[in-house]
Design a binder for this molecule. Structure first.
Ligand code: PMP
Length: 321
């Protein structure tokens, strides 16, 4: 059984490396604990470098809370009332002595996505939470110290988190770092230090093979652009009936959020959600912390699915404006 698991994990590793062009000096780990586990694992593995960390973003505020247990946290972005934009680079406060700079590439709740890799002071490793846009576009891994993402959005089911870590960042955990979160121990044991989530890893392997067959990350990117453009097109043509609050340059290709009607009146949004559900368009309710509508258009959602949603949105607008 262990041998079987070993083969499985290594098989997926190869698939993974082939897809992402992960340079030879990076390790790919399959761990448990989700993104939330990584909020702790990142400081536990990297904080010892200088004891200070730079963080920015909305999901990052949870990561910041966790990191502050293990060192000094500097919030890079100016304080925002609402997270609907990525502030100008000139307003960022980056510390050249930070142990690492941490950001979240796609803010799942607010629908805000970095369309570029932020520049950081030389020698400071860049850490990225790609949980909600993993495998939706090509990424230059060599720009990062650590990339991680829970599998459950774009590459499989919940239960496994993929961590890509540069080798020079292994082996300097804080003494309190639990073995199960220690990148060095996990790397040395090829992710088999403890019982791995075998089924979840198997599903990742199947999904990555599918991504490859479909044309790889370039094709996933093409589809994401096509799908998100369709939805933002309907929103922008609606003369304010549908309203996306995010700066155009920071709009997410994965999570398209919007309000319905002026000020997002609740009954209109509730009707939108129930009428959409009656047509099989499900899970459109926005995150409880922000309300509104959220269309999560991960890799498994096809362009035809999005076309159906757009048609529904046009019909609903005509009936309710
Ligand atoms: N980061 C991002 C960007 C997320 O969207 C989420 C959850 N949706 C998390 C982290 C937390 O992940 P988990 O629920 O796997 O702990």
């Amino acid at each position: 059984m262990t041998q079987q698991r070993n083969r499985n994990i290594q098989g997926i590793n190869t698939e993974f490396l082939g897809l992402r062009n992960v340079p030879a000096n990076y390790k790919v780990l399959f761990v448990q604990g989700g993104g939330t586990g990584q909020f702790a694992a990142v400081p536990l593995n990297l904080m010892s470098r200088t004891g200070k960390a730079d963080l920015h973003g909305s999901w990052s505020s949870k990561a910041a809370k966790e990191a502050s247990k293990y060192g000094a946290v500097n919030l890079v972005f100016p304080k925002l009332e609402k997270y609907t934009t990525i502030p100008e680079k000139s307003t960022w406060k980056l510390d050249p002595e930070a142990a690492y700079v941490y950001y979240c590439a796609n803010e799942t709740v607010e629908g805000v996505e970095f369309q570029y890799v932020p520049e950081v002071p030389q020698g400071v490793p860049l850490v990225c939470d790609m949980s909600s846009n993993f495998f939706s576009r090509p990424v230059d891994v060599s720009k990062f110290g650590v990339i991680y993402g829970g599998a459950q959005k774009n590459i499989g089911c919940s239960g496994v988190t993929v961590v890509v870590v540069r080798e020079d960042l292994l082996g300097c955990p804080l003494p309190v770092c639990p073995a199960v979160l220690d990148y060095g121990i996990m790397a040395k044991n090829k992710s088999l230090y403890n019982t791995p989530p075998t089924f979840a890893i198997h599903v990742v392997g199947e999904v990555l093979a599918w991504v490859k067959r479909e044309g790889g990350l370039e094709e996933m990117q093409r589809r994401s652009i096509e799908k998100s453009k369709m939805l933002y097109g309907v929103i922008d043509e609606s003369a304010g009936f549908y309203n996306n609050p995010v700066d155009v340059a920071a709009r997410s290709r994965m999570n398209v959020v919007f309000r319905v009607g002026e000020g997002g009146k609740d009954d209109l949004e509730a009707n939108f959600i129930s009428q959409a559900a009656a047509q099989g368009l499900l899970s459109l309710k926005g995150h409880r912390s922000v309300g509104g509508i959220r269309a999560s258009i991960y890799n498994a959602i096809t362009s035809d699915d999005v076309r159906r949603l757009c048609e529904f949105m046009r019909t609903f607008l005509k009936a309710n404006k």
